[in-house]
Design a protein around this ligand. Structure first.
Ligand SMILES: CC(C)(COP(=O)(O)OP(=O)(O)OC[C@H]1O[C@@H](n2cnc3c(N)ncnc32)[C@H](O)[C@@H]1OP(=O)(O)O)[C@@H](O)C(=O)NCCC(=O)NCCS
Length: 157
């Protein structure tokens, strides 16, 4: 358990590094199933730009886990309205959660996730949903441990 890690809202100056972590999350998905998960050029920089816009929005939450002033993980979630296509009423959506490989299995992911749940609930989310790759069992164990249950199964042809 790492006890010198802090989890808080991300600041503008950190977004470039957080964009790199997000790029690694995208690459991990693409490596696992390139027919389903896209990979674009300059993905880290694209993410950093997107997060900069999102930082200004009340409905968006970008959290960072830092150790010795370095970002070692992040999570990104948003407050969403009713979505008829998903048959899903107002909800919080957790889009990303990522911890640097060197710091995994030491409680950082759980702290990020619990902080994100508090933030989204604080914004009024009556339920919170997320999607995870079917084979990503480590992440699924974390999500179950924090109260998530499987509800939808995406299929790709
Ligand atoms: C998923 C991820 C965020 C977990 O972060 P982490 O800091 O390693 O997680 P924690 O140490 O807080 O683990 C909390 C719980 O999750 C489970 N868990 C996490 N990683 C696991 C793994 N690789 N295998 C088995 N269980 C795992 C365990 O139940 C653990 O509880 P325990 O410590 O009581 O056993 C991290 O592995 C990661 O960044 N993975 C790559 C990105 C990813 O898959 N993101 C999720 C999909 S969007």
């Amino acid at each position: 358990m790492l006890d010198d890690v802090s989890v808080r809202r991300a600041r503008t100056a950190e977004l470039s590094h957080i964009g790199s972590l997000a790029g690694r999350l995208v690459e991990m998905h693409h490596r696992t199933d390139p027919d389903r998960f896209l990979l674009v050029e300059d993905v880290a920089r694209g993410y950093a730009r997107w997060f900069e816009r999102e930082l200004a929005r009340r409905e968006a939450v970008i959290l960072v886990a830092t150790r010795a002033d370095t970002a070692i993980g992040y999570s990104y979630g948003t407050l969403e309205g009713r979505d008829w296509n998903l048959l899903l009423d107002a909800h919080g959506a957790i889009h990303d959660i990522f911890v640097d490989e060197a710091f995994r299995q030491q409680g950082v992911g759980r702290r990020l996730l619990e902080a994100m749940l508090r933030e989204l609930e604080g914004l009024g989310a009556p339920r919170i949903v997320l999607s995870t790759m079917v084979g990503n069992e480590g992440a699924q164990r974390l999500f179950r441990a924090c109260g998530f249950r499987p509800t939808m199964l995406e299929m790709t042809r």
